[in-house]
Design a binder for this molecule. Structure first.
Ligand SMILES: *Cc1c(COP(=O)(O)O)cnc(C)c1O
Length: 392
């Protein structure tokens, strides 16, 4: 077997060697608690300040609006529960979409159990939220709208700026889960009218267990963790200094190389989409062709199970996903694919390939050369396909 071809970067990414190098001092000779008073600790505190500044700048935010957390899930929980609890006197209605990550959807469910009311917006067949539906859903007691920047399964990029405009006009807070988008496409929290934005480090070559939440100055939000005075009294707990320094390094690298990465990823993505759709009958792209993440392709193949495709690819050293990592292991089809209108059997036969700046054209060719054979073999064993061919 040849080298490993990793096409599951939406699940997690490799830590960049430069990120690891930036982290190591803070795990060894600079291990001090940034809250301590001695010189060494002051250096560590300064490293945190620098990291905060780097990250703030990447979004057009101010450093005081960046709060470090332990992951994207924590950021989503904090933003949504924190605003709900702090503004419950104004209203108890929240709006989100049916294709959010479970970190958002299950947080909303938890609030429903507390007596909040949640509207789950439908999306169209490409996964877009409708602006007019959103505007209609906003009520006098609506306190928060939470819509993801880009979908983790089908890659669709939502009309964030326009959604933000509506929220601003209606005086409703706007939270964005940007875990798949940050450091992959440019984001400007001011120009895009965003009040809160969740990010996770391990989706852009930093380590797992890192993340941050952007909270625009003036947003009324509760603290998430009570304890010490870290993160300006809003998120207690000794900072994950090495992780944060690494995340800032990963951000710095990603933004410096962003144009080049986007161009490279789009070239490979489009090459793969074109070849797969052309060479494999009864295949269809899920998500919008153009307004999609540069590194995402999600293709539905009729008459087969995504899982059997994953196993066949695994045997060739190709790592991919059939939905979100969180849902694999369960037999329920992806809620995202159902929301864009796929029937159960088609939702089951989908393959998500999430590439990276390190994916090569040779990797892409290898996958495209082998996929038709895999699909053909699996279909030859499928009774559904046999019936379909017979009836044709
Ligand atoms: C991965 C992901 C999350 C969760 O981030 P973690 O850091 O793994 O907790 C949330 N939202 C989206 C869209 C994601 O892709």
């Amino acid at each position: 077997m040849g080298k490993l071809i990793y096409m599951d970067n939406a699940a997690t990414t490799f830590v960049d060697k430069r990120v690891l190098d930036a982290m190591i001092p803070y795990l060894s000779d600079k291990c001090f608690n940034p809250s301590s008073i001695y010189d060494g600790a002051q250096d560590v505190h300064e490293a945190l300040d620098n990291a905060r500044e780097t990250i703030a700048k990447s979004l057009n935010a101010s450093p005081r609006e960046i709060y470090f957390t332990s992951c994207g899930t924590e950021s989503d929980n904090w933003a949504i529960k924190g605003v709900a609890h702090a503004n419950a006197d104004k209203g108890k209605h929240l709006i989100t979409s049916k294709i959010e990550h479970h970190a958002v959807l299950h947080t909303m469910k938890a609030l429903e159990r507390e007596g909040f009311e949640v509207t789950y917006l439908d999306v169209d067949s490409n996964g877009f939220v409708s602006l007019s539906e959103l505007e209609k859903a906003i009520r006098p007691d609506t306190i928060l709208v939470s819509i993801m920047y880009a979908n983790n399964e089908i890659g669709t990029i939502e009309p964030i700026k326009e959604i933000g405009e509506i929220c601003r006009k209606k005086g409703v807070y706007f939270h964005v889960d940007a875990v798949q988008a940050y450091a992959h496409v440019p984001i400007d929290v001011v120009a895009e009218n965003i009040d809160m934005l969740s990010v996770s480090g391990h989706k852009f070559n930093a380590m797992k267990g890192t993340g941050f939440l952007y909270i625009k100055k003036g947003v009324k939000i509760n603290t998430f963790m009570d304890g010490g005075a870290q993160e300006r009294n809003k998120r207690a707990g000794t900072e994950n200094v090495a992780g944060i320094v690494g995340m800032a390094k990963a951000s710095e690298i990603a933004f410096a190389e962003m144009d080049k990465r986007i161009k490279h990823e789009i070239e490979i993505r489009d090459y793969m989409i074109d070849r797969i759709l052309k060479e494999i009958p009864y295949s269809k792209l899920n998500g919008d062709r153009n307004k999609r993440l540069p590194n995402n392709l999600n293709i539905g193949f009729e008459f087969i199970e995504g899982e059997s495709m994953l196993l066949a690819l695994n045997d060739l050293g190709v790592y991919a996903s059939s939905g979100s990592a969180c849902t694999s292991g369960s037999l329920d089809p992806s809620h995202v694919l159902l929301a864009i209108g796929l029937p159960h059997e088609k939702a089951h036969g989908s393959l998500r390939l999430s590439i990276s700046h390190e994916t090569t054209m040779d990797d892409a060719k290898f996958v495209c050369d082998n996929l038709p054979k895999i699909v053909e073999r699996l279909r030859s064993m499928s009774p559904l396909y046999e019936d379909f061919v017979k009836n044709k």
